[in-house]
Design a protein around this ligand. Structure first.
Ligand code: A2P
Length: 342
């Protein structure tokens, strides 16, 4: 449990990365009570600075003893860094909020989306896991439907932006796009194929089942967060040539009677969801509109004409904010509220 204090020492591991930079700016935006911000990254970045409340704060190299006197450590530097350093942060007395997949499915680690399962945070969280970006936006939309209609099956296709693969991938899409438009050879470093003007049905490693690890994250994490191992989920995860924000086409089958109107009403009343659904005016959620926003945007809500008790919708969220940095800061805020009320 986080000890009650007026202000907290907060470390951001991976502070120079696509998610880490947003963790820092979101802590500032939301006026999180930070006594000392400690930006950590690899030796490559030591000495660079990040802006926080108008100050340039020097990035330090992540080391085993980095977490002395730290209360909260937000991690977004990849799974292997989390595996080694999140337990060290917890041992040093901090609560580690980890954006990697390293601990998400461990039995005694909470996997939390604050609008969906705040109670899961537990009493003595050394490490709390932030779910996968494509899972977060989907479970926010699914939760009100599951509560009212009990979800039986979900079929989902994702259209995920390159920022989910980090800064290098953003640069790869930019450079490849320019190269293609100028008729030059493209260079591939992050993805196995050209991502500019192309869609790759391949995110993370392939498993023997033919599914990818990213797809199985959506299955396993959704079941854990919604606390229902019976939900059947069939995902296809696709990398799209989009810089920021993930989009998902979701089909949901429920046990109780559902239709588009009832689904819309349930989702509209749920915290964190914004409905954008006026097809007559060409209004539906778009990645370019969802970027730099906090909400999960839902639209194209319609009956599934092929079967009973099923609806389709389209859901968009900023993968670096609600899908990662914002959700992590919201977990930290949840911890704060807990420690203030205890
Ligand atoms: P660095 O900038 O020094 O490489 P992204 O996902 O956008 O690529 O960002 C990854 C983040 O994780 C960066 O801040 C990066 O720091 C950091 N990082 C990567 N490897 C390590 C490591 N071994 N130790 C500490 N930080 C790391």
């Amino acid at each position: 449990m986080l000890k009650k204090k007026e202000k907290y020492n907060v470390a951001v591991v991976g502070a120079t990365g696509a998610v880490g930079l947003r963790m820092v700016s979101i802590l500032e935006e939301r006026n999180f009570p930070v006594a000392r911000l400690l930006p950590l990254a690899s030796a490559r970045s030591a000495g660079k600075t990040v802006k926080f409340h108008g100050e340039d704060i020097v990035v330090q190299e992540l080391k085993e003893d980095s977490f002395k006197d730290i209360d909260i450590a937000l991690f977004s530097a990849g799974g292997s860094v989390s595996k080694k350093f999140a337990p060290l942060a917890a041992q040093a007395g901090a609560v580690a909020i980890d954006n990697s997949s390293a601990f998400r499915m461990e039995k005694d680690v909470s996997l939390v989306v604050p609008e969906v399962n705040p109670h899961a945070i537990g009493d003595i969280p050394g490490i709390i896991a932030n779910p996968n970006c494509s899972t977060i936006q989907m479970v926010v939309a699914l939760k009100p439907l599951h509560d009212l209609f009990k979800i039986r099956r979900v079929v989902v296709s994702t259209y995920q932006s390159v920022s989910g693969s980090g800064q290098k991938a953003i640069e790869e899409l930019r450079k490849q796009s320019l190269a293609v438009l100028e008729g030059r050879e493209i260079e591939k470093n992050v993805y196995p194929h050209q991502i500019a003007f192309n869609c790759l049905p391949h995110i993370d490693e392939f498993l023997d089942t033919g599914y990818t690890k990213e797809e199985m994250k959506m299955v396993n994490e959704t079941r854990k967060i919604l606390e229902d191992p019976t939900i059947e989920i069939s995902p296809t995860a696709v990398r799209a040539p989009v810089f920021y924000s993930h989009s998902e086409a979701v089909n949901v089958e429920t046990e109780k009677a559902i239709d588009a109107a009832r689904a819309r009403e349930a989702m509209a009343g749920f915290p964190g969801i914004k409905i954008v659904d006026c097809p007559g005016k060409n209004e539906y959620p778009l990645a370019v509109d969802g970027t730099e926003k906090d909400a999960v945007f839902v639209g194209r809500i319609r009956d599934d004409l092929s079967t009973r008790n099923a609806v389709n919708f389209w859901v968009v969220a900023d993968n670096l904010r609600k899908g990662a940095a914002l959700n992590a800061v919201q977990i930290a805020e949840l911890l704060l509220r807990r420690s203030n009320s205890s």
